[in-house]
Design a protein around this ligand. Structure first.
Ligand SMILES: *Cc1c(COP(=O)(O)O)cnc(C)c1O
Length: 353
């Protein structure tokens, strides 16, 4: 019997997995360390009981889109909601990437851009960041004129470096890009500027956001995109019918009533981030400035592998980026609770002693 193999793009890729090890202190996937508001959790049973479970959900998620649009001063026709911002990125690539087209990104950056671009059949081209991990305008220009990408990704603040891009570089990119510019703002709330207010119908700018980080709802799987109407129309064609289930639509709308409470924690995370950065520098690590809820660092003594294992031996899991191109020797730690960060910094002191 013949055995059909997956497409070559699938075979060539091993996938994207952050090892989930069951340890007391999990600082490896940039989640919020805080549970969502108890009042929201308590409302979920009533939300579930109120739904017409035999009926398909509102296909356009009109109420949710209207609420998100009003928060950004946009029209609901400029908003599309997905099952996590990763799904939104996939919709953008299904609609604007694909076979015969080129997708660009500047490395090191979020690995899912290249992965989803390849799985959906596009060619991937990469530009390089400078040593401080910001973009060089000359490199932006070079990649745009050489490769003419249909879609260019800019992660801001950038994962896994944490670096916030100067606004001027986005302006250069928007001026030079022949296709769409997607600014992934998964960590926008922790940074000092956002491209969201720049979205308008006559600019090829697409901004993505997620509920997974600041809003403490990684388990719910919701993200959205702000974009020109014509882009949103294309995403609606690419998406499966009823891709957003009725419970998610209602639960997300209910969560938006609690955003003040959730964003109030941003200040606490930023203060803890400063503490982690200072502690790592004091422990002799090289540390990159972060505008996100994580910190990229390079241990000076012991090396990344030994430090990662030493942390794990103490019940603390961080992300090992040392095998990724351009990030030799680097680890990434998510800002946790005060107690978790204390445990992490104590362990780092021991490991660098
Ligand atoms: C965490 C993260 C996301 C969020 O993905 P979801 O699918 O919304 O959970 C998107 N982009 C980047 C760069 C991230 O780090």
């Amino acid at each position: 019997m013949s055995r059909i193999e997956p497409r070559e793009q699938i075979v060539a890729m091993s996938g994207y997995h952050s090892p989930q090890v069951d340890v007391p202190v999990r600082l490896n996937t940039n989640e919020s360390p805080f549970a969502p508001p108890a009042a929201w959790v308590d409302s979920l049973a009533a939300i579930a009981a109120s739904l017409d479970w035999n009926r398909y959900p509102d296909r356009s998620a009109a109420a949710l889109r209207a609420e998100i649009a009003s928060r950004h001063g946009l029209d609901p026709a400029q908003v599309f909601v997905g099952n996590g911002s990763n799904e939104v990125l996939q919709m953008v690539l299904l609609a604007f990437g694909g076979a015969g087209r080129t997708v660009a990104m500047f490395e090191p950056t979020y690995q899912m851009y290249a992965q989803i671009a390849r799985v959906t059949g596009a060619a991937v081209v990469t530009g390089e960041r400078r040593a401080d991990f910001t973009l060089d305008p000359a490199e932006i220009e070079r990649v745009m004129s050489r490769d003419k990408p249909a879609v260019t990704f800019l992660c801001n603040p950038n994962n896994p470096t944490g670096v916030v891009e100067p606004r001027a570089n986005l302006e250069v990119l928007l001026e030079k890009a022949p296709g769409l510019v997607v600014v992934d703002e998964a960590y926008a709330e922790f940074a000092d500027w956002t491209a969201a207010p720049m979205v308008r119908d006559d600019l090829p700018l697409v901004v993505t956001r997620t509920f997974s980080k600041t809003l403490s709802l990684a388990a719910l799987r919701v993200g959205y995109v702000l974009a020109p109407r014509r882009v949103i129309e294309a995403l609606e064609v690419a998406a499966l019918p009823y891709h957003l289930d009725a419970f998610k639509q209602a639960a997300t709308l209910a969560a938006l009533a609690h955003t003040d409470e959730m964003t109030a924690r941003v200040a606490e995370i930023k203060a803890q981030r400063a503490r982690i950065s200072a502690g790592l520098a004091a422990a002799g690590c090289e540390v990159w400035p972060s505008g996100a809820n994580f910190v990229l660092f390079r241990p000076r003594s012991g090396g990344a592998a030994a430090t990662w294992q030493g942390l794990l031996d103490r019940g603390i899991l961080v992300r090992d980026c040392s095998g990724w191109p351009r990030l030799a020797g680097c680890l990434r730690v998510t800002v946790g609770t005060d107690a978790e960060n204390s445990a992490f910094l104590r362990a780092m002191e021991e490991l660098s002693a």
